[in-house]
Design a protein around this ligand. Structure first.
Ligand code: GLC
Length: 661
């Protein structure tokens, strides 16, 4: 049962696309104070799930979270905002309800931070819709919520293959070298990513011909070996005379404006940029069509970045800062002046004040950016998705984005942003998966191996053992950090076996993905969603159920030779060194210490379930669906969903194959 409550004059976010009648009864579960803040008391045993891409645990109690899309590479415990805003929560315990606060501006969720038994939700302005959902259990509430926000995006099958990326591949030779090294190491690979260096002076939809003289040929050579090239597209458009995207945008009024009606200027990778007004349907349409410049060259996947939008600085703030620094430099810098100086410099990037300075044109209405900030990234991916659907109606294109709002799950996936090569970031990624699934995002994954900082060989191995279960499986790292292509490590053979296990699992993972997308189910769930009455399961924060068949419990601590797991029912432990070299053992319900060496993958098959494993191929195109082995409980069966992996509507080629043990 879903009820919609309207407060003030909300901006239509397009998160909810089904019609829901407005309810005029008082809002249940929450009290509202004079400022329009929502309060509810939390009993000691109630759990709060949700908020999608946020830091901390699966149970969100004990911190304050701010939905304000932010280019934040510091995914630390004291962070409040990351790249996406997913304002959907479920309170479970004595009460059971879901609540979606559909609000496009800054909104704060104080979940037991100020007072441990109270949650308050504070939108910056009192203009929003609140949806309250009651149901039989958490999964039912999620299903109902997903039914009103629309079906999740389904990428092409090849996007489930392993992808290699790095900010630092400078030219065509670097790309060819990566492909060749993977091929000679016999490691399966489906994609190589092009970061900002493929562009001419970081200009969207251009290619630097000195470094990539023939991108079309490169893309075609790669594709002949089963590898797709996936370029990055950034939100900011470089200000440069003669650059068509800039000139067309200016001429047609497609960029965001400042208070004087001039095109707003910020600075990102290219230096001074304008920001396309993605909330303006004409501008969205125009920018979306630009992707064709690259699809014409044989490109069939994109990652959209810097679309919070990230702003390194605005010119007026920079000038003010420089003036101030100049003044400071005249005297002897005392400690207070020193902190003012460092604060001003650090405060240039992503300064909240800058987001109040520009405006959108939404069907003739001028809207201040800060009131709709969290919708910007979603509408960038929407522009690409909608345009490509028209340009190539018979083909899926891979899209994933850094910034998002609920609704963006219809247009693309997301990656979890600029994490670090830290052990704790394996766990952080894992804890976000169910919360993202609740909000409709299922094509998700983290930068495997870690983006910032130097990775280590053991971290990479453990990270692979986790990420090989996530739909998006990409190794990505920042310029200047230790290189982390798998062939660089002495454990290359073990890493290769892990990637092969991924490929053995792809038909299953893709099948579970399709089920989640088509039936509004969660691919990844906390144990408590399936085992409500189990008091131990409710507290488990580092294991997840995957589909109806598996439980994953990755090792995420350095030098650990195993880990503790809690089994909420009898399960079959699978210890795998190679896709065809594994050991299984039935373990009883309860607590266990499970050994797991660095070269082993450990996971669990649920009671009376079976997992199909296929012979791995060198890429997704070559997977042989005839060579299947079933691992798991005897006398059980699995229904595999399979389509052609490319037609936009999977139903057109969908088949259900029953596999019996
Ligand atoms: C941002 C992205 C990162 C990318 C870098 C350079 O930090 O999040 O993935 O590599 O920009 O484009």
């Amino acid at each position: 049962m879903i009820k919609k409550y309207v407060f003030g004059n909300p901006f239509p976010t397009d998160a909810v696309i089904a019609h829901v009648d407005v309810c005029n009864d008082p809002l249940p579960f929450f009290e509202i104070n004079g400022d329009g803040d929502f309060f509810t008391c939390l009993s000691d045993n109630e759990i709060v799930y949700g908020l999608g891409e946020q830091i901390r645990g699966i149970n969100k109690r004990g911190w304050e979270y701010v939905s304000w899309n932010y280019d934040n590479p510091h995914h630390h415990e004291d962070t409040r905002s990351l790249y996406g805003s997913h304002n959907f929560i479920i309170v479970s315990g004595e009460r059971l309800f879901g609540a979606f606060f559909d609000y496009a501006g800054r909104i704060t969720f104080d979940i037991g931070y100020t007072n441990k038994n109270q949650m308050s939700v504070r939108p910056e302005k009192p203009d929003l819709c609140v949806y309250i959902i009651e149901g039989a259990d958490e999964k039912d509430i999620v299903r109902q919520f997903r039914s009103i926000i629309g079906k999740s995006y389904i990428p092409p099958l090849w996007a489930f293959g392993y992808g290699q990326s790095r900010w630092g591949y400078k030219d065509e030779n670097d790309i060819r070298e990566v492909a060749e090294n993977y091929s000679s190491a016999d490691i399966p690979l489906d994609s190589i990513y092009l970061d900002i260096d493929y562009m001419e002076r970081y200009k969207d939809f251009t290619v630097d011909i000195n470094r990539f003289p023939d991108l079309e040929k490169l893309a075609s050579d790669m594709k002949n070996n089963g590898v797709h090239l996936v370029p990055i597209i950034d939100a900011g458009v470089k200000i440069e005379e003669g650059y068509d995207v800039y000139e067309e945008g200016v001429e047609n009024g497609y960029f965001c404006k400042n208070a004087d009606g001039e095109d707003f200027v910020g600075a990102v990778w290219p230096g001074r940029v304008h920001f396309p007004d993605f909330l303006n349907p004409q501008a969205r349409n125009w920018f979306g069509k630009k992707y064709e410049t690259l699809t014409k060259l044989g490109i069939d996947g994109f990652w959209n970045d810097m679309n919070e939008p990230a702003i390194f600085y605005t010119e007026d703030r920079l000038e003010e800062t420089l003036r101030h620094i100049h003044k400071l430099s005249q005297g002897n810098m005392g400690i207070n002046e020193y902190f003012t100086f460092t604060g001003m410099v650090a405060g240039l990037n992503g300064n909240a004040g800058d987001y109040h300075k520009f405006f959108h044109n939404v069907n003739g209405q001028t809207i201040r950016h800060s009131d709709v900030h969290n919708l910007y990234g979603m509408n960038m991916t929407r522009s690409a998705f909608e345009a490509l659907r028209k340009i190539q109606p018979n083909k899926r294109t891979l899209f994933f984005s850094r910034s998002s709002y609920i609704g963006a799950h219809r247009y693309g996936g997301i990656w979890q942003g600029d994490n670090k090569s830290w052990w704790s970031h394996i766990l952080q990624s894992m804890q976000q998966l169910p919360a993202l699934n609740m909000a409709g995002f299922i094509f998700i994954g983290a930068d495997t191996g870690g983006f910032g900082c130097d990775t280590t060989e053991d971290l990479m191995l453990r990270w692979l053992q986790y990420s090989l279960f996530t739909p998006l499986f990409r190794n990505h790292s920042a310029d200047g950090t230790r290189k982390q292509e798998l062939y660089r490590f002495s454990s290359v053979n073990t890493m290769k076996e892990m990637i092969k296990i991924r490929y053995a699992l792809i038909p299953y993972l893709y099948s579970e993905f399709l089920k989640s997308a088509l039936d509004d189910e969660m691919m990844f769930r906390p144990l408590s969603f399936d085992f409500h009455c189990d008091k131990e399961a409710i507290n488990v924060e580092d294991q997840l159920l995957l589909g109806d068949q598996l439980m994953i419990a990755p090792v995420y601590k350095q030098n650990a030779k195993g880990r503790y797991v809690y089994l909420p029912e009898e399960m079959m432990l699978v210890r795998m060194k190679k896709y065809d070299d594994y050991y299984t053992e039935i373990l009883d319900k309860g607590h266990h210490y499970v050994h797991c060496e660095l070269d082993e993958l450990v996971f669990f098959i649920r009671k009376d379930k079976v997992l199909p494993l296929y012979a791995p191929a060198k890429n997704t195109e070559e997977i042989d669906y005839a060579s299947v082995t079933l691992v798991g409980y005897p006398q059980s069966s699995y229904t595999l969903l399979k389509d052609d992996g490319i037609c936009p509507d999977p139903e057109e080629s969908l088949c259900r194959i029953t596999l019996e043990n």
